[in-house]
Design a protein around this ligand. Structure first.
Ligand code: HEC
Length: 117
């Protein structure tokens, strides 16, 4: 190799390294999904937040004919543990889906004691 080729070679390596490392450093933080172990808001309201989700996503099946009956607070709170499992693992709503936020609201409301609030 003559001197010019050596310089070109070194420059090529430099350019490559700079590109490579600057890319690595610029990897953007992923938008966090609400984590399952993040602290829950202690004031999630059954009436304002939970009932509308159940009415919108569950009642067409769990409106009396399919157990568990989720039409009332009693029906929902009596099945809270099972609802939490089914919703968090995305088994329910069957044939549909909830947003991460809706799942977190249900999980937290149940972990807060499934209050009639
Ligand atoms: C398309 C109809 C349909 C929808 C919508 C639906 N479910 Fe279900 N669900 C079923 C059927 C059918 C079963 C019984 C068979 C089974 O467990 O898969 C069931 C079972 C369940 C059970 C009992 C599971 C167990 O522990 O044995 C729970 C709890 C439940 N659903 C909660 C919900 C909740 C909460 C929603 C709304 C977020 C919902 N379901 C939406 C059809 C539905």
């Amino acid at each position: 190799m003559n001197t010019i080729s050596k310089i070109k070679y070194i420059l090529a390596i430099l350019v490559f390294s700079i590109t490579f490392f600057s890319c690595e450093n610029n990897v953007e933080e992923e938008t966090p999904i609400i984590g399952r172990d993040e602290p829950c808001d202690p004031d999630i309201s059954f009436v304002a937040k939970i009932k509308p989700i159940i009415d919108g996503s569950c009642i067409r099946c769990h409106g009396g004919s399919q157990a568990p009956d989720l039409r009332t607070y009693a029906g929902i709170s009596n099945n809270a543990a099972r609802i939490k499992t089914q919703v968090v693992n995305r088994t329910m709503p069957q044939g549909g889906s909830l947003t991460n936020e809706q799942i977190e609201l249900i999980r937290c409301w149940i972990e807060n004691g499934a209050l009639n609030n």
